[in-house]
Design a binder for this molecule. Structure first.
Ligand code: 13P
Length: 286
């Protein structure tokens, strides 16, 4: 069942849980997401990173296959362009009927972020497609310091103003997570998150889910995070499973190796769905 981000996060807000948004890049990763969602009866968001679409054939076929799978899956599934930085790619994703796009102008000055986001909101909303944007900036785990992230944390007042000025459907915030592998221990600013949730009238998104720790994520979910982006951890889990299988059986059939990798991703995702409350929350068409 193909649904918009607005619908997915509206339901999550109403019922107080977090929808997972795992990144995909081929058929196995795509199937892993849907398999986990069906097994858990969980709504889910297929995230396709803009950078993955640099490959011409993936650009052409991945969104088409994802949409077909989403339509034929019993649980609610959205497809989000993740970290859309180029206007060209954003418009292309809207044309290709992604159910949502993330415009990432979080590196730009505030006014430019607003202008660029509003422009995408205008086109996307016209066609019934939802928009996520980012205010503050979620950086990389390799830049993490002993005291957490150095800068870029979201100011609650600014987040409120940004959501009102842009009319986005979901807002990604920087509250201490980082993309990739953390250098050191993740430190989340829960007070800041609580304040943002109180002030902002739009579902909140957390990027950099990998390695953040389940306890931190459960707390973030309780404090208002409605969408969690996760990528690196899935790649690591799949790689480690493949490594173990290869060590045990160096002559293993490559197609079976891929299946082992996919199964590891399914297991990981199911754990997150259970912990963050999306398990059992799927609804059907009325
Ligand atoms: P991680 O790779 O740290 O899980 O971050 C994923 C992400 O935020 C994609 O947008």
């Amino acid at each position: 069942m193909y649904v918009t981000l607005k619908e997915l996060l509206g339901h999550a807000e109403q019922e107080g849980y977090t929808v997972l948004a795992p990144n995909v890049f081929n058929l196995e990763s795509l199937i892993a997401v849907v398999e986990a969602a069906e097994a858990e009866q969980a709504p889910v968001i297929i995230a396709i990173g803009e950078s993955r679409l640099k490959d011409e054939r993936l650009q052409k076929y991945l969104p088409v296959i994802a949409r077909q799978i989403a339509r034929e899956t019993a649980v609610p599934v959205g497809i989000n362009l993740d970290h859309g930085k180029s206007y060209h790619e954003l418009v292309l994703a809207i044309q290709k009927e992604f159910s949502s796009v993330m415009i990432d102008a979080s590196m730009c000055p505030y006014e430019e972020n607003v202008t660029r986001t509003r422009e995408i909101v205008k086109i996307a909303h016209e066609l019934g497609i939802s928009v996520e944007a980012e205010i503050g900036h979620v950086g990389m785990g390799e830049d993490y310091t002993e005291n957490g992230v150095k800068d870029g944390l979201t100011e609650p007042e600014v987040a409120k103003r940004f959501a009102e000025e842009t009319q986005v459907d979901a807002l990604a915030v920087a509250v201490g997570t980082a993309h990739g592998v953390y250098k050191g221990t993740p430190k989340l600013d829960f007070e800041r998150l609580e304040e943002i949730h109180k002030m902002v009238n739009v579902p909140l998104v957390l990027h950099g889910g990998s390695g953040t720790g389940m306890e931190n994520l459960i707390k973030a979910s309780r404090l208002g995070i409605r969408k969690l982006n996760i990528n690196t951890e899935l790649l690591i889990e799949a790689r480690e499973q493949v490594r173990r299988e290869l060590e045990e059986n160096p002559g293993i059939d490559y197609s079976i190796l891929l299946k082992h990798g996919k199964d590891a991703v399914v297991r990981t995702l199911r754990g997150y769905m259970q912990a963050l409350g999306s398990s059992g929350k799927a609804w059907s068409k009325s």
